[in-house]
Structure formats: structure tokens, C-alpha cells
Design a protein around this ligand. Structure first.
Ligand SMILES: NC(=O)c1ccc[n+]([C@@H]2O[C@H](COP(=O)([O-])OP(=O)(O)OC[C@H]3O[C@@H](n4cnc5c(N)ncnc54)[C@H](O)[C@@H]3O)[C@@H](O)[C@H]2O)c1
Length: 311
């Protein structure tokens, strides 16, 4: 991959400065730009502090060298000088995104990728009329990105697949865990999942089935333990001796009754399409081996939790 290991971060607020920690810790030179130069300077101090905190936890080796890679840019054009990728992290408004992307497209070298941290606005709403719209996409982080690696990459219909692939490689190179959202959808993936969970949590508390503290415990001491190292598909694969089809056969009907989903999603052609994308049909022996792997990971987590001071 042809990269210069240089990024520009536009907006040095909560997310921008965490991105600066990610890229500087990942051996990229970082130009930090904010409308308030004093804000960018202040952010640089916080980035230096963030990098030494990571080193203290053993997550990076050389915080001084990493911090020295971050500079405050005097203006937008200066920030964009010879960068591989621009991480726009300005306030969440469609007018702001439209106006900054038009500036970025005008000023950045044609090969630079233009990525937005936006949590809610799809790229087609602020890049449509740009000459370089093929190089624009959303790269939605989870706060704080220097500690939570997921990045949702969401192109507009006109984003070039090579741009998405190159962005993915860059985020991976600095230790993030990018996923590709195949087409635009409101809320992307993470927030859609979160919204379903939260609405059911609110409903269960509101209807008097459980106290909010006990609902939180259900995630913290229950579902969340597995979810910190495996997703829902892998979870159900290991909750029946013959994997996902077995699980769906046993529990599909009762699950669909609980969530008001169409029972057909857990069977027949629909299940077949999911399994075709999952690609690995585990034998019962392989399921048993993975169950032991899961249990080792859970045990390691329990050890970690026990090592922490009580809240
Ligand atoms: N905060 C979160 O939890 C979170 C999580 C994921 C994604 N995001 C997204 O990240 C983006 C930034 O959010 P944030 O929480 O860091 O906001 P923030 O308000 O903390 O930071 C925005 C920064 O942009 C600067 N700014 C405003 N206009 C500017 C301009 N024209 N040029 C240069 N700098 C300018 C501001 O001075 C400020 O420092 C948003 O799109 C948000 O949706 C936020």
C-alpha cells in the first residue's frame, strides 16, 4: 500500500484528540487543526498525557516519540499537506459537514482519503456535489477510539471500493478494528444494535419487570462478558452442540416470539443465506473445542475483574 503515514485531524475536540492518540501511537505523523488554535494546543497537551497513560498500561512502548509526531497546524491547508487520510471530527451538523467537506475536497491532494467521524449523518448527504466524492466516506469511531478499536466504514453509493479498502488498511495499521457497512443505513450498525437493546431495557424497567440496576447487571455480569470477545453469531454457534443451525432449530421459535420477529428469519432460505456468509460450518468436535476456548477467555476475564478494586 502506498502510504506516507501522515494524517490530518480536523477538529480537536473529544473525538479529534482521541484520534490523534490512535494515529500518533500507530506511528503516523499527525497534523491537528481546530478553529481555535489555543484549543488545538490544549488538545496536544491532552494527547501527550493520553499517550503516557497508554504507555503506563503497557499498550504502547514509546510515548515521547509518539507525542513528538503530533503538530498543531496553522490553518486547514497546512494541516492537509501530503496526508494519506483526513479524519474530520467537527460538530455534528449537516451544514458543518457539507461546508468542511467542500473545503477539504478543494484543498487536499487528490489521492487523500476524506473520512468523517460523524455518528449519524450518511456521507451521501454531504458529499454528493463534490468533484472528489469517490474518496469520501464515514469512519465512525466509538468514544474513545484510542481505547475502543471499532470503526464503522460507510461509503456513499459513489465511494470507490479501493478507497474503502485503503481506509480499512490504514485503520488496521494503527491498531483499530474497522468493519465495512455495505450500504448506507441510518445509525450504521453499532447504534442500531444499541437502540434495540436500549428500547427493550427502557420498556422492561418502565413496565415494572426489573430495576434498572438489575438490568445493567444482566449485561455486565451476563451477556456482556461473552460480548467483550465474541459477537452474537459466534455466541449462538457455541450454545448448541451442532452450531448455528442446531441453535436456530432449538430456539428460533421462542426467540421470534420474544422479539416479535418473523420466525422465518431463523429458518429456511434466510438461515441459509446467513450461513453462506458465515462460511464456516463447524463439526460437533470443532464446536466442543471452541467452547473450551470460550471458557478460557471467560475465565481470564473473571480473573481480570477480580483483580480490580471494588467500585
Ligand atoms: N462524542 C462522541 O461520543 C462521539 C462518538 C463517535 C463519533 N462522534 C462524532 O465525532 C464528531 C466530533 O464530535 P466531538 O464529540 O469530538 O465534538 P466536540 O464538540 O468535542 O469537538 C468539535 C471540535 O471541532 C472544532 N471546530 C468547530 N468548527 C470547526 C471548523 N470549522 N474548523 C475546525 N475546527 C472546528 C471545535 O472547536 C471543537 O474543538 C461529531 O461528528 C460526532 O458525531 C462523537
Amino acid at each position: 500500500m502506498d502510504v506516507k503515514n501522515r494524517v490530518a485531524i480536523i477538529g480537536a475536540g473529544l473525538i479529534g484528540r482521541s484520534w490523534a492518540i490512535v494515529f500518533a501511537g500507530g506511528a503516523f505523523d499527525v497534523a491537528l487543526y481546530d478553529v481555535g488554535l489555543d484549543l488545538a494546543e490544549k488538545a496536544r497537551t491532552l494527547v501527550t498525557q493520553g499517550l503516557s497513560d497508554l504507555a503506563e498500561q503497557g499498550l504502547i512502548d514509546d510515548p515521547q516519540t509518539a507525542a513528538a509526531r503530533v503538530r498543531v497546524a496553522a490553518n486547514l491547508a497546512d494541516a492537509l499537506d501530503a496526508v494519506d487520510l483526513v479524519q474530520e471530527s467537527l460538530p455534528e451538523s449537516i451544514e458543518t459537514k457539507r461546508s468542511i467537506f467542500s473545503e477539504l475536497d478543494r484543498l487536499a491532494a487528490p489521492e487523500a482519503i476524506l473520512a468523517s467521524s460523524t455518528s449519524t449523518i450518511v456521507a451521501s448527504l454531504f458529499t454528493q456535489s463534490l468533484k472528489g466524492r469517490h474518496r469520501c466516506l464515514v469512519a465512525h469511531p466509538v468514544n474513545p477510539p484510542h481505547l475502543i478499536p471499532l470503526v464503522e466504514l460507510v461509503g456513499a453509493p459513489w465511494t470507490a471500493p479501493e478507497i474503502v479498502a485503503k481506509a480499512k488498511a490504514i485503520y488496521q495499521a494503527v491498531g483499530q478494528a474497522p468493519i465495512i457497512v455495505k450500504r448506507e443505513i441510518e445509525g450504521f450498525i453499532l447504534n442500531r444494535l444499541q437502540a434495540v437493546l436500549l428500547s427493550e431495557a427502557f420498556r422492561l424497567v418502565e413496565d415494572g419487570y426489573v430495576a434498572p440496576q438489575d438490568l445493567d447487571k444482566t449485561l455486565k455480569d451476563g451477556l456482556g462478558l461473552r460480548w467483550s470477545f465474541m459477537g452474537p453469531f459466534e455466541t449462538i454457534e457455541l450454545n448448541a452442540p451442532r452450531g448455528i443451525p442446531d441453535y436456530c432449530r432449538r430456539y428460533g421459535a421462542s426467540l421470534s416470539a420474544l422479539s416479535a420477529a418473523n420466525p422465518a428469519i431463523y429458518e429456511g432460505e434466510n438461515l441459509g443465506r446467513i450461513l453462506a456468509q458465515w462460511e464456516k460450518a463447524l463439526t460437533p468436535d470443532q464446536v466442543a473445542t471452541r467452547m473450551r476456548w470460550r471458557d478460557r477467555r471467560l475465565a481470564a476475564l473473571r480473573v481480570h475483574h477480580r483483580s480490580q478494586p471494588a467500585d
